[in-house]
Design a protein around this ligand. Structure first.
Ligand SMILES: NC(=O)c1ccc[n+]([C@@H]2O[C@H](COP(=O)([O-])OP(=O)(O)OC[C@H]3O[C@@H](n4cnc5c(N)ncnc54)[C@H](OP(=O)(O)O)[C@@H]3O)[C@@H](O)[C@H]2O)c1
Length: 225
């Protein structure tokens, strides 16, 4: 928003697959606050519309609508994936033709189904590598936001934490870093797509710390930079 409270930013349109969830809605609200048009995606278009209405309540002038996942991905310029790891195999293959040539930002973390404080990487090494296989080579895939809790995104100002961004497409990483800044985070270039093997392990680390220290919304800030 401008100082006068007027939304000034237009585009690119961000489509969030699984955007009805905690992380998707939290990011949608942040980007809507900053004037980006957002399409919340869901397996159920009605659920997506309810989630969009919920975000508009928080950001009355936000350009937020809800559609099914395929429409959200197809109509967006930048696609964000906030889905459970277990849903990748079902949700991603049908999206492959819709995301060709688009920047796709994946926040998916493979957590152990019985204990989210333990990582459970797939044979490909990371959820991001698996997404690359399921979406094909034409998606401009980036990993980001793995360590950013939806609870931390709840406010409006800048956050103290970093957003690690990894991938093999420098232009796509720039887009993800700009969206991290828009959400109030300091973006850090964490290296190539393979770095997701490390990044996706930080989330279970934070979950375990939160459990032991009885704190929510933990995040990571790198010092010395
Ligand atoms: N929550 C956080 O703070 C946080 C932080 C960093 C990374 N992440 C990662 O981001 C991803 C989403 O997390 P979340 O907490 O937002 O999850 P969530 O609240 O469970 O929401 C994810 C959305 O995915 C869809 N979904 C759920 N189960 C599904 C299934 N079996 N098949 C297909 N779609 C399904 C649902 O949308 P519909 O039912 O509307 O289709 C749901 O709203 C996860 O990989 C998580 O590890 C989360």
């Amino acid at each position: 928003m401008s100082p006068g409270g007027k939304l000034v930013r237009l585009g690119p349109t961000i489509g969030i697959v699984g955007g009805t969830g905690r992380e998707g809605r939290a990011l949608a609200r942040r980007w809507a606050l900053d004037g980006y048009p957002v399409v919340i995606g869901s397996r159920d278009a009605a659920r997506a519309q309810r989630a969009a209405a919920n975000v508009r309540e928080a950001v009355p002038r936000g350009r937020v609508r809800g559609e099914d996942n395929a429409s959200a991905a197809g109509s967006a310029d930048v696609v964000v994936l906030t889905i459970p790891f277990a849903a990748q195999a079902l949700l991603l293959p049908p999206l492959a033709p819709l995301v060709r040539g688009k920047v796709v930002i994946d926040a998916t973390v493979p957590l152990h189904p019985e204990d989210p404080a333990r990582p459970a990487p797939p044979p490909e090494g990371s959820a991001l590598a698996r997404a690359a296989r399921l979406l094909g080579p034409d998606a401009r895939l980036v990993g980001a936001f793995h360590t950013v809790s939806h609870l931390a995104l709840a406010g409006e100002g800048p956050l103290e934490e970093d957003a690690f961004v990894c991938g093999d497409d420098p232009g796509a990483k720039e887009v993800a870093m700009a969206l991290a800044r828009s959400a109030g985070l300091r973006p850090l270039d964490a290296g190539p797509l393979q770095a997701a093997e490390t990044l996706e392990r930080l989330t279970p680390l934070l979950i375990g710390l939160g459990r032991r220290y009885r704190k929510q919304a933990l995040g990571i800030r790198v010092t010395g930079l």
